[in-house]
Write a protein of this length. Structure first.
Ligand code: ATP
Length: 273
């Protein structure tokens, strides 16, 4: 339903083994897992556990997946919301949602709050804006800042946020005690793509001519989301062809189809990029 902007039901437990490649990012978030599991160990000498970290990288590279894996590894609830849910909201609604989210999360701590597309709420606040223009977004951002400042580092709530536009973020969000750590999630290289193919080929019945490394070589520029898409398309194409296993030809056709989809999307969505 529309009301469920966030939920802590973590039906399928995701762990680091579901996240292929991204070795450096995994190492960095491993620290967050340890903070969640054993906060006392870190604060004993007077140190403060960070409240939040920003996952920075292009779409589809596994930022959401990694955040879920942190919750899965630490075995804590995962609360999430997306910045894009907050555009065009009625006055007061966005700020109330943020307060409500933090209230729920604090009650379930230790836990992870994940904010996808934080740039949608966290853009620079502009001076001299037309009254009524982006007021609700600003209210939402302000309530997020207030909530982040309002809980102690010992609360057990850690906020991970994702963006592909860190340059557009309001500097208030990046101040110490807020999202003062950035973890970059890049598009995979050929080795990364091979690893991601291996994960997504796992559940598929494959013909002997299919090879993860070869598929990785065929898909330069693809992010994890597109690779997952290729694997799924190939399985559907082969099934339509009444095959017993998915073969290289099905993958070739799936790659073409995904590239076609990307070209269309780019034409419509970002004519200037
Ligand atoms: P967006 O910025 O568009 O929200 P994202 O970076 O959060 O994207 P995800 O939603 O985590 O990307 O990735 C989408 C899907 O792509 C995942 O559910 C997974 O199936 C696949 N995927 C992406 N990256 C990886 C990866 N490193 N390993 C395995 N699967 C991946």
């Amino acid at each position: 339903s529309k009301a469920a902007l966030f939920d802590a039901e973590n039906k399928v437990k995701i762990t680091f083994k579901d996240v292929a490649g991204l070795e450096e990012a995994k190492e960095e978030v491993q620290e967050v897992v340890e903070f969640l599991k054993n906060p006392g160990k870190f604060t004993i000498l007077g140190g403060k556990i960070p409240k939040g970290a920003l996952l920075v990288g292009p779409p589809g590279t596994g930022k959401t997946l990694l955040a879920k894996a942190v919750a899965g590894e630490a075995d804590v609830p995962f609360f999430s919301l997306s910045g894009s849910d907050f555009v065009e909201m009625f006055v007061g609604v966005g700020a109330a949602r943020v307060r409500d989210l933090f209230k729920q999360a604090k009650a379930k701590a230790p836990c992870i709050i994940f904010i996808d597309e934080i740039d949608a709420i966290g853009r620079h606040r502009s001076r001299g804006q037309t009254p009524g223009g982006n007021d609700e977004r600003e209210n939402t951002l302000n309530s997020l800042l207030v909530e982040m400042d309002g809980f102690g580092t010992d609360s057990g709530v850690i906020i991970l946020a994702a963006t592909n536009r860190p340059d557009t973020l309001d500097s208030a969000l990046l101040r110490p005690g807020r999202f003062d750590r950035q973890i970059s999630i890049d598009k995979p290289d050929i080795n990364g793509r091979t690893e991601i193919f291996k994960v997504h080929l796992g559940p598929i019945t494959l013909a002997p001519d299919v090879d993860a490394k070869k598929l990785a070589a065929q898909t330069p520029g693809f992010a994890g989301a597109e690779i997952a898409n290729v694997c799924n398309e190939a399985a559907l194409i082969a099934a339509r062809r009444n095959k017993k296993a998915v073969d290289q030809q099905d993958f070739n056709d799936a790659v073409d189809r995904v590239i076609g989809g990307l070209e269309k999307k780019n034409k419509i969505i970002s004519p200037d990029e």
